[in-house]
Design a protein around this ligand. Structure first.
Ligand SMILES: Cc1cc2nc3c(=O)[nH]c(=O)nc-3n(C[C@H](O)[C@H](O)[C@H](O)COP(=O)(O)OP(=O)(O)OC[C@H]3O[C@@H](n4cnc5c(N)ncnc54)[C@H](O)[C@@H]3O)c2cc1C
Length: 384
């Protein structure tokens, strides 16, 4: 599917399914089953999978556009579908023929949902230093042991892209690797359900991996490739998926505020809020704030797709800037929309809670600006 067709379908599903489901997903904190299934049934599951496996072979720009549309309708769905796209891109980056057949073909058919399990309770926002252990049992099998936290899509995914460190006594202590683990693997014990204040449909959960035995054929790339994956695949795809989703939140807040200003007329004077100069000025500057962030995200994604040297600083700043933009835009739009916006379970109630996750999800805003500075100063990015 070409991007135009994908965007047309995404907009249709965002209106007909995601927007309808969004309030319930937030209220009940349930995984957005209908919304995710509608995307997979529409053939979108393989957006990041290569064409040779039946996928659409799209890159960062397509991901940004789709995530933006989903995020505007239901941010939880944007996050859940985004993590599937990131996981798919990681699997696809160095997939063997066997991995293409086992994972990428069903992903392209909409029959398999994957997700990323890199964060750990021990290392928190420094997700690139996993402590989950990878021990070779033989040439054909590994044993995995450790704890992962906040896995979006939780037990709803069919597979998990997991980061690990080697525990072979002869191995380099910094030998980090990525491996894909099936949901049905023995030894996966889910932690209690995590209830976020926002992004309540993401079904994030902790996972205790208790000596799970996994075929060596599920190793992604070579042992020691994890940092390559983090910088070349996880970072660009994750930053783009999240930037798009949070941009969608900012846009949704803007739309609500504009509608309110256009609708609201006073009984005493007959004047409408759309005629008040200061409100016109505020709405104009809100539009500019969102639009310049959108252009940064599109630029970053296009530079990333073209593999240009400006991609790294642009991608780092895109997610940091959109976090500020989304939180500020929702706050400002809420003020413009008056008391009705402040009621419990209003659209702004959800948008404000969802937007706030942008600063917290790793790479966090603080880490992103620090990495950006290091990149611009030719300093090693992961120096802490
Ligand atoms: C809604 C949601 C969904 C998530 N989904 C996933 C997922 O699907 N998969 C996954 O693997 N993870 C996921 N995560 C985890 C997430 O990406 C982060 O890794 C995690 O929230 C941060 O870890 P922590 O809470 O231990 O923060 P901490 O590590 O305790 O950090 C606390 C604060 O300290 C700051 N900080 C720490 N060190 C530095 C430093 N050197 N310089 C400046 N600031 C610093 C951080 O930026 C942060 O603001 C999710 C999180 C959320 C909230």
């Amino acid at each position: 599917m070409q991007l135009d067709e994908i965007l047309k379908k995404t907009r249709q599903l965002a209106t007909e399914v995601l927007s309808v489901e969004a309030a319930l997903v937030d209220k009940e904190a349930v995984w957005p089953e209908k919304s995710i299934r509608s995307l997979l049934d529409a053939g979108m599951g393989g957006m990041m999978a290569p064409k040779e496996t039946g996928g659409h072979g799209h890159g960062l720009f397509a991901l940004a556009r789709v995530a933006e549309t989903l995020g505007e309708a239901c941010a939880s769905t944007g996050l859940c579908f985004g993590m599937h796209c990131v996981g798919t891109a990681v699997i696809a980056a160095k997939a063997t023929d066997w991995q293409k057949e086992k994972y990428l073909v069903p992903i392209s058919q909409g029959a398999h949902l994957t997700t990323l399990a890199v964060s750990e309770p021990g290392t928190g926002s420094h997700f690139y230093y996993p402590q989950t252990q990878l021990l070779p049992l033989s040439d054909n099998e590994f044993c995995i042991k450790g704890k992962k936290s906040f896995i979006t899509n939780g037990e709803h995914a069919d597979s998990y892209v997991i980061s690990t460190v080697a525990v072979d006594p002869d191995a380099d202590p910094n030998l980090f690797s990525c491996i894909v683990v099936d949901k049905k693997t023995d030894g996966l014990v889910w932690g209690p359900k995590w209830q976020g204040m926002g992004m309540r449909g993401n079904s994030s959960r902790g996972l205790d991996i208790q000596s799970a035995r996994v075929p060596a054929s599920q190793l992604l790339g070579e042992q020691g490739d994890q940092l390559w994956y983090i910088f070349n695949v996880v970072a660009p795809f994750f930053l783009t998926a999240m930037a798009g989703t949070y941009l969608g939140i900012a846009q949704a807040a803007f739309n609500e505020a504009r509608d309110h200003l256009q609708r609201r007329n006073y009984a005493h004077s007959g004047a409408g809020l759309s005629q008040v100069h200061v409100l016109q000025h505020k709405l104009g500057s809100l539009w500019a704030k969102i639009e310049r962030t959108r252009r940064l995200i599109y630029f970053a994604a296009q530079e990333g797709d073209a593999d240009n040297f400006k991609a790294l600083p642009a991608l780092l700043s895109a997610k940091a800037e959109v976090a500020n933009c989304a939180v500020e835009a929702v706050n400002e739009a809420m003020t413009l929309s008056g008391g009705i916006a402040y009621r419990e379970n209003s659209r702004f109630d959800v948008l404000l809670r969802d937007a706030r996750a942008a600063h917290i999800m790793s790479p966090t805003t603080d880490l992103l600006y620090t990495w950006l500075g290091r990149a611009l100063l030719d300093q090693p990015i992961l120096s802490d």
